[in-house]
Write a protein that binds this ligand. Structure first.
Ligand SMILES: NC(=O)c1ccc[n+]([C@@H]2O[C@H](COP(=O)([O-])OP(=O)(O)OC[C@H]3O[C@@H](n4cnc5c(N)ncnc54)[C@H](O)[C@@H]3O)[C@@H](O)[C@H]2O)c1
Length: 255
């Protein structure tokens, strides 16, 4: 436990996968948790399953839309009475080589993975700055550190997440606001992974279970592994860490 009792946390993309795991971990820490997601029904069922002593609040909307973020995340901030921890987790992954991928996939990837972070941070961070404290944790990826065939849009969006993490850390550090990212490798038990596995199976590409054998720790990550690191970065124990992108890859791809 990281001493987060009573902190007000907002997690985007909290209905499924890693975001749901982060929301559960922060709830177990005693945080009040606001869940924001496109999928309202799943976000409500996630909130109902979280447990924890704190309050739970749910709002739905599209992170790529400033209006949705202002109304949805704005409502969560109002309901929780503020926000001490923002986790920019909502993301998508569209696979396609740069010369072939539909332009719409490029824009959708940047709209959610980058503009979503931009909108949510610009909504929530000013009050943190005014208060002189707050923590932001962004979901990057090992693909935010290396270019990977057929993942150009996703890689570029996650490089942008790493760059914004560093920039925000520099801009907000003097106001007592820390900004870090985590860069997971292969994470299973998420909707994104299930979708990508289905595509890879159809294309005869190696699946997660086989790929995990190349990982020094000999297993893929699960959402709880990522949530543990996010809870640490959100805590006072990480009070001198900012601008960092922490690889959570089991030892592979640690650039
Ligand atoms: N799964 C992995 O292997 C992996 C690896 C590295 C990084 N990541 C990153 O972790 C984050 C979570 O990934 P995941 O695997 O849990 O994915 P997921 O698909 O299981 O969950 C993503 C969540 O985001 C929500 N979402 C999607 N678009 C949204 C939008 N426009 N507005 C609001 N909510 C939206 C979805 O409804 C879903 O609940 C992403 O940023 C992803 O890029 C995942």
């Amino acid at each position: 436990m990281y001493g987060l009792t009573g902190r007000r946390a907002i997690v985007t993309g909290a209905a499924h996968g890693i975001g749901r795991g982060i929301a559960a971990r922060l709830a177990a820490e005693g945080c009040d948790v606001g869940l924001f997601d496109l999928d309202r029904a799943a976000a409500e069922s996630a909130a109902a399953s979280l447990g924890g002593a704190g309050r739970m609040a749910v709002a739905s909307g599209d992170v790529s839309s400033r209006a949705d973020v202002e109304s949805g995340i704005g409502a969560l901030v109002a309901e929780l009475g503020g926000c001490d921890i923002l986790v920019n987790n909502a993301g998508i992954c569209r696979i396609g080589r740069m010369l072939d991928m539909p332009e719409a996939d490029w824009h959708a990837t940047f709209g959610i993975n980058v503009n979503g972070l931009f909108h949510a941070t610009r909504l929530v961070a000013p009050a943190m700055v005014e208060r002189g404290s707050g923590v932001i944790v962004n979901l990057a990826s090992w693909m935010g550190k290396s270019g990977v065939e057929a993942y150009g849009a996703y890689c570029a969006s996650k490089f942008a997440v790493v760059a914004l993490t560093q920039t925000l850390a520099v801009e907000l550090g003097g106001s007592g606001v820390r900004v870090n990212a985590v860069a997971p490798g292969l994470v299973v038990n998420t909707k994104m992974r299930d979708e990508s596995e289905a595509k890879r199976r159809a294309e005869g590409l190696p699946l997660a279970a086989d790929r995990a054998q190349a990982i020094p720790l000999k297993r893929a990550a699960v959402p709880e592994d990522i949530a543990n690191a996010v809870a640490f970065l959100a805590s006072e124990q990480a009070s001198y860490i900012t601008g960092e992108t922490l690889s959570l890859t089991g030892g592979l791809w640690n650039d």
